[in-house]
Design a protein around this ligand. Structure first.
Ligand code: HEC
Length: 259
């Protein structure tokens, strides 16, 4: 990994190849940008040794005391196949918890308290008894986990399928049965609305425009990217019927949102 990390981004010739090796690219992007803004994935690899007693990660990893963490960033909590999660972790996933770097950062400080706050009940428990106190370690290990993530699941280029509603991009006032997002930033950005059945729709929105996708379920996700070539953006859980509002855009899940 070290040698890949040292490569400058310009070593990658074009967008097509970049997408082909999306996960590699994210490692590179991670070390160039995340290192300062958020966590240092390389340092996080060392911190991960503490997690390794219970968690496996990487290709072919198997569940152990804890669930496999490959792809955990961007995954709904409590859903890795074949792992017997605790009730509260599963409930949090059902309530809409999708792990982001920020959320894992918070979770690691005290998994039980995190679930208590998330589920709004003091009865919540976590099967994970381990806590990671140091802020820097938590940032770094979260960045490390992200290098194993299929962020491509929300990256627009990889699945350019378009399922937009006709009214897209205009002024939408009826949000019932839809997942919607309004661009309240001052630049045009690419938005991806995804229903929980995997149906998604991409749309570049000018400031103040809104984009929606029909959703039969209670929630879905919203992704936002600088443009079609960006592989790192922000993502956020969205409730059907309640539009999300992007206030300002900074990649690596550092966007500001309002409601
Ligand atoms: C002593 C064992 C142990 C250690 C050490 C440990 N974990 Fe866990 N972890 C677990 C268990 C068990 C669960 C399942 C929690 C549940 O079902 O309530 C879990 C769950 C998780 C989850 C949620 C996964 C999902 O699919 O929803 C994340 C994220 C996580 N751990 C990250 C970490 C990281 C990062 C570290 C190291 C800093 C770490 N864990 C250290 C045992 C451990």
């Amino acid at each position: 990994m070290t040698s890949i990390i040292k490569q400058p981004q310009s070593a990658i010739p074009n967008a097509a190849i970049r997408i082909f090796c999306a996960s590699t690219f994210m490692v590179i992007a991670g070390s160039v940008n995340i290192a300062h803004a958020a966590g240092d994935a390389e340092a996080g690899a060392k911190t991960f040794k503490k997690c390794g007693a219970c968690h496996k990660i990487g290709e072919g990893a198997k569940n152990s005391t804890g669930p496999v963490l490959t792809g955990v960033i961007g995954r709904q909590a409590g859903t890795f196949e074949g792992y017997r999660y605790g009730k509260s972790t599963k409930a949090a996933g059902e309530k809409g918890l999708i792990w982001s770097e920020d959320l894992v950062f918070e979770y690691l400080e005290n998994p039980r308290n995190f679930l208590r706050v998330y589920l709004e009940t003091r009865k919540a428990k976590s099967k994970m008894k381990f806590k990671l106190k140091k802020e820097k370690d938590r940032r770094n290990v979260a960045a490390y986990l992200a290098t194993f993530s299929q962020k491509d699941s929300i990256a627009p280029k990889i699945t350019p399928e378009k399922t937009s509603l006709k009214a897209d991009g205009g002024t939408i006032t009826d949000f019932a049965g839809k997942i919607c997002v309004t661009n309240d930033s001052d630049t045009t950005l690419l938005f991806v609305a995804e229903a929980s059945n995997g149906k998604r729709s991409n749309k570049a929105l000018a400031p103040k425009q809104t984009h929606c996708i029909a959703s039969a379920d209670a929630n879905g996700t919203i992704g936002v990217f600088e443009n079609e070539d960006a592989l790192e953006g922000c993502s956020r859980l969205a409730k059907t019927g309640t539009p999300e509002r992007l206030v300002s855009y900074t990649p690596f899940d550092n966007c500001a949102w309002g409601s």
